[in-house]
Ligand binder design. Sequence first.
Ligand code: FRU
Length: 492
Amino acid sequence: MEWTKERRYTRLHEVEQEEIAELSKTVNESPWRQSYHIQPVTGLLNDPNGFSFFNGEYHLFYQWFPLGPVHGLKYWYHTKSRDLVHWENIGIAIEPKDYFDSHGAYSGSAIEHNGELHLMYTGNTRDENWERHPYQCVAVMDRNGMISKREKPVISTLPKGYTAHFRDPKVWKFGETFYAVIGAQRINETGCVLLYSSPNMSDWKWEGEIKTGLTSFGYMWECPDYFEWQEKGVLIFSPQGLPPKGDEYHNIYQSGYILGEKLNFEDRSLIHGDFKELDRGFDFYAPQTMLDSMGRRILIGWMGLPELVYPTDRYGWAHCLTLPREITIQGDQLLQKPVQELALLRSEKVEAKVNIDNNTVEVAGFCGETYELMAEFTEPSALMFGVELRVGEKEKTIIYYDQTSNKVIFDRTYSGEPFATQYGTVRKCHLNASALKLHIFVDVSSVEVFVNDGAEVFTARIFPKKDSTGIRFFAQDGQVNLRATKWTIDKR
Ligand code: FRU
């Protein structure tokens, strides 16, 4: 199919039912449908939106283009869950059909106010010359799940000094005041974050730009998020336009954080350390956090990136969301661990304890297509040691530690159907450690690896053959002790 502009901006209800049924059929023929990750029924999913806890349930929305695996007219799609693990598809939450969101209900966030969930998002519009005019809008969900848009946008003008790349409000409340950070671009085409405040979610005041030390760091910062943790402040954002540097910034766009003192709301200065990528893998972008009713800070990201062709495209769908991660801070670093509720997915368990001596070994019971794996490597003398997943005749996905360079390495060169290879097929990050603990979640077409209790995370889509289900552990040039536990995750 050719994705003309008309086609990309066709509304779901303008399309015949038979066509949607045909598309669903193609999607369901895909060998790479995920089993326990949030994925679109058809079409393309991108950023998580409006992640919140309201009326006893987690609510999670996402950017959705229903008609195919391309970025077209974006809707907000709604899912909800009681446990962050089992999600129920609710359906469309925000339809882009008003003058202020005619070309897409773009990303945003949610907050409870007056007993209702307020969804603040960017209305993307284009004029007859295809110039962008963004509006910041609010829709309100009541306790019965009914969603209605405010009649008018809450922010209709661009602050002076910034371009029309002005989107993705993330809202929170301090005391009696609501604040929002919004991704922006200065007229000199550098990215930044703007701060707004409101007493009531309706009247918004421009406070100004958040002053970071990163005055020229990419051309646009998308999807900002600010939160505080004890005495620290954290600003997350997704900068576009960073050139690769050493092992960093190898994906088309990045997402990461700066951590430091709390934001000074008087002069909007943020004193912070270096920008750090949130994920060291291949497919991660536009994350959003929320504070849950137990006081946990939880993050979910888009397991995908814009502008790349993925093997599922030919089956009429693209992308999924990451598993929810609990965030804590240790020193000047964020730690990210899979939320403990994910244990609800565990079924059959196998365990092993082996010494591996310059060898590659298979262990009885260790194989599968969808599972959770905990592998602890201790007392290594081996120069390299690690694990191979989704191993088949010609396929394997390798995660290992290299003691010579002190790096964790994720290699998807042989993972299955290749894609996005122009951005490389290996990702690395430095990690000083005398032992390696890998906590891994494997789904039909993804791998998420939490290294050493969340010090680093690698996320990747992979597209192996269905029967590539082997697991092998290895040590090269020396020995390592391995303790491993695997839980099957039953396919839904
Ligand atoms: C990030 C992003 C956002 C925008 C949305 C549109 O992936 O470009 O900046 O709101 O996607 O779908």
